[in-house]
Design a protein around this ligand. Structure first.
Ligand SMILES: Cc1cc2nc3c(=O)[nH]c(=O)nc-3n(C[C@H](O)[C@H](O)[C@H](O)COP(=O)(O)O)c2cc1C
Length: 154
């Protein structure tokens, strides 16, 4: 399958996690990693699977590297019907706005017509789980779900 992992980060945790997921999947798939700050919503391709990994910053906002993507989604209002994505959020339950950044990304993607595969899974920096212990099984599950949806084209 042709997979693109897009990360939104402020201090690098989401980027490291994206690279861990890439390392885990790349034996069986073609996997690219890109910063959301470098990704144009016009480049979404229904033949590829998108795994989005993003933290939350400020007061429930997108992290700095995802802000341009959020602005471009609102400005361009692309038609993303046919595009499949999975979403993994990094946050901290010490904040009332726990993981609102990833929820906001879900709203932007679904509002443009894209399909969320599986559930949005979130990591809590104040909890006891390591992010990769949640993210690697999540990524494998989304890839399995996408296998039937994207078929041989991917
Ligand atoms: C200044 C600051 C603000 C934050 N705001 C939130 C927030 O509103 N909601 C949340 O769930 N987590 C919040 N966090 C926690 C981060 O999302 C969490 O530490 C995450 O692992 C950072 O990932 P990153 O390095 O990829 O940006 C905040 C962290 C900092 C340092």
């Amino acid at each position: 399958m042709n997979i693109v992992i897009l990360y939104g980060t402020e201090t690098g945790n989401a980027e490291m996690l994206a690279e861990d997921i890439q390392a885990d999947l790349q034996a069986d798939h073609a996997v690219e990693v890109a910063n959301l700050s470098d990704f144009d919503p016009g480049d979404f391709d229904p033949a590829r699977l998108y795994l989005i990994v993003s933290s939350t910053y400020g007061d429930g906002e997108l992290p700095a590297s995802a802000q341009p993507f959020g602005a471009a989604m609102r400005a361009q209002a692309p038609d993303l019907s046919g595009v499949s994505f999975g979403l993994f959020g990094l946050g901290d339950s010490e904040y009332e706005t726990f993981n609102q950044g990833s929820r906001h990304l879900q709203e932007l993607m679904e509002g443009a017509g894209a399909t969320l595969l599986g559930e949005r899974v979130v990591h809590d920096a104040s909890g006891s789980d390591l992010a990769e212990d949640l993210a690697l099984p999540w990524a494998r599950e989304i890839v399995a779900l996408a296998g039937t949806r994207l078929g041989a084209a991917a």
